[in-house]
Design a protein. Structure first.
Length: 262
């Protein structure tokens, strides 16, 4: 049986591929465990992570066929259901806690949990074929991975309610209009555009990117004063880092900085 997730690290970029193309990369426990492990064992020299789906789609979301088969064997109790939801939440936690930028490369369907994974990335690059949909209300479930908080803050409460309550598909252009996707390109340019984005990230200070990611992800936590206190602490850490010293030396010598993760 093929591995449910493929992991490849080339030139300091880790690519994680959801690999159940026969099921449109539907999410089951084996895939989620493998996905989690791909983040848990991130090499120290990785500068960016790319998420993608094999075959015709990014991910069709929760594997309802698997779920139905499991419930037919033995209905799940409250503790098991809560644990299953927390297992999904761990995926988003992994993406958000990742010390390097995570870029989602999206083509085809990104549905339910698949949309949640894709849109949890720091940067989302979508092909024209990409179609997003939160179908949970149609199958008796609720949105997870923090998206009842993320969507209102990102797209606004009115749009968030439309996305979640109506559950209608929306294309990449509309997702970009709603502030959920960074870039939209023809599918045949998707690889090149992601490579450009990752190439730009690789020229930046890893320390500054890590600190900026953490500050931005926590930006809605607390008052403006609390936000600025976090910025002060991050600014001190950044200023004392090897990256800042290297950037200053590079500027003085008229060259591009050579940052290292070490």
């Amino acid at each position: 049986m093929p591995a449910p997730v493929l992991v490849e690290t080339v030139a300091c970029v880790r690519t994680i591929t959801l690999n159940r193309p026969e099921r449109l990369n539907a999410l089951n426990p084996e895939l989620l465990d493998a996905f989690d492990a791909a983040f848990a064992h991130l090499p120290s020299d990785v500068r960016a992570v790319v998420l993608q789906g094999a075959g015709r789609a990014f991910s069709s979301g929760h594997d309802l066929k698997w779920s139905a088969e499991e419930n037919a064997k033995e209905p799940k109790g409250e503790a098991e259901l809560a644990a299953a939801t927390e297992r999904l939440h761990e995926i988003t936690r992994r993406i958000r806690a990742c010390p390097v930028p995570v870029v989602a490369k999206v083509h085809g369907h990104a549905i339910g949990g698949g949309a949640e994974i894709a849109l949890s990335a720091d940067l989302v690059v979508a092909g024209h074929s990409a179609s997003f949909r939160f179908t949970e209300t149609a199958v008796g479930l609720v949105v997870t991975n923090g998206f009842t908080g993320v969507l209102p803050r990102t797209a606004g409460s009115v749009v968030a309610k439309e996305i979640i309550m109506l559950g209608e598909p929306f294309d990449a252009v509309r997702a970009q209009d709603w502030g959920l996707v960074n870039r939209v390109v023809p599918d045949d340019e998707l690889d090149d555009e992601v490579a450009r984005v990752v190439g730009t990230l690789r020229t930046k200070s890893p320390t500054a990117l890590r600190l900026a990611k953490n500050l931005l992800d926590r930006g809605w936590e607390g008052s403006l004063e609390e936000v600025m206190r976090r910025e002060t602490a991050a600014s001190v850490e950044a200023s004392q880092s090897a990256d800042a010293h290297e950037a200053a030396a590079a500027f003085a010598e008229g060259r591009s900085p050579r940052f290292s993760l070490s």
